[in-house]
Design a protein around this ligand. Structure first.
Ligand SMILES: C[S@@+](CC[C@H](N)C(=O)[O-])C[C@H]1O[C@@H](n2cnc3c(N)ncnc32)[C@H](O)[C@@H]1O
Length: 307
């Protein structure tokens, strides 16, 4: 079952960065096809444990199969924000936490998931395709301003407004159903150009996917919870797929690595100031410097240790 369907990004650098204690308990917050998890298990001894999270039913089937083979593995189904909040409430503590944000290759490659502008399939794009609104649900109901904001903010699409209006015009004739429908509308504005290497719908597809899965909101919420469930001395290793994610991770690690300072203009000074909670370990590692995986070119890894 474990054929190499997903080429894990920064596989060894990420697992090495966890600085594994063989009898420790680790958390892989984004199981995918378990590339990082399996390497992590190799470094763990018999008494070590690994909990893994994913919200994608297919990824969870792979995780369950691994748990059947290896009793050190526990599978936690759900989005990582909710699962981490539960773990925090239970007072669980981990020796290290790993996140490898973004979509997996099997999700992109499977046309029926609707992530790809290169393969026609239902316009879905949900990581958990059993809950919430699909891309088609959203695109067929959102107003122009909302779509424009999403395309611009999450895709940096300069024709965001024109594309949003073209979608509204199109759906007055018939709703968007397939990925090819969205590609066709985007192409009426972003005309394909021989000199342009990127597909004209790249930015819109990225933006819709980020919106439909609330990807940035999930990351903002999960980092503080991950810090809480980490034991002192434990490492947080985070791989971001693109710069919007990395900006959140970078800012969070930087803020937590500094003690809170007093703003003397405040009328009431706080009783207690938060000390620095994280120590940044090494410089960020870029996948392009260590990896041949084409899809991983923009990935970047940051590592911090809980003080
Ligand atoms: C890039 S892949 C991880 C690949 C994995 N490290 C490997 O080596 O196979 C990201 C995974 O995280 C999952 N994921 C993304 N956002 C999630 C979220 N908010 N909650 C839970 N899982 C999420 C996706 O379903 C996907 O399987």
């Amino acid at each position: 079952m474990f054929q190499d369907l997903h080429q894990s990004v920064l596989l060894e650098p990420a697992v090495n960065a966890l600085d594994i204690n063989p009898s420790g308990h680790y958390l892989d917050g984004t199981f995918g096809r378990g590339g990082h998890s399996r390497l992590l298990l190799e470094a763990l001894g018999e008494s070590g444990r690994l909990s893994v999270i994913d919200c994608d039913p297919e990824a969870l089937a792979f995780a369950e199969a691994l748990a059947q083979e290896d009793n050190r593995v526990t599978v936690l189904a759900g989005d990582f924000e909710t699962v981490l909040a539960d773990l925090k409430a239970q007072g669980q503590q981990f020796d290290g936490v790993l996140f490898d944000f973004g979509v997996s290759s099997p999700q992109i490659d499977d046309a029926s998931r609707g992530f790809s502008f290169q393969k026609d399939g239902p316009l879905d794009m949900r990581m958990n395709n059993q809950a919430g609104d699909s891309a088609a649900d959203w695109l067929n109901h959102a107003d122009v301003d909302e779509m424009k904001r999403v395309f611009w903010r999450y895709g940096e699409e300069k024709n965001a407004g024109r594309i949003a209006r073209a979608i509204v015009d199109r759906r007055e004739e018939s709703p968007l159903v397939n990925t090819a429908d969205l590609v066709e509308v985007v192409k009426t504005v972003n005309k394909p150009h021989p000199k342009e290497k990127k597909h004209p719908a790249t930015r819109v597809f990225q933006a819709v996917r980020i919106h439909v899965n609330n990807e940035l909101g999930q990351i903002e919420a999960v980092l503080p919870s991950a810090l809480e469930v980490l034991k002192p001395g434990g490492r947080m290793v985070v791989i971001s797929f693109h710069s919007l994610e990395d900006r959140i991770v970078k800012r969070y690690m930087r803020d937590m690595s500094k003690a809170e300072s007093v703003d003397r203009r405040m009328p009431v000074l706080p009783d207690r100031l938060r000390p620095a909670l994280l120590k940044i370990i090494s410089k960020p590692v870029k996948a392009q410097d260590v990896d041949d995986n084409v899809r991983a070119r923009s990935a970047i890894m940051r590592v911090a240790e809980k003080l």
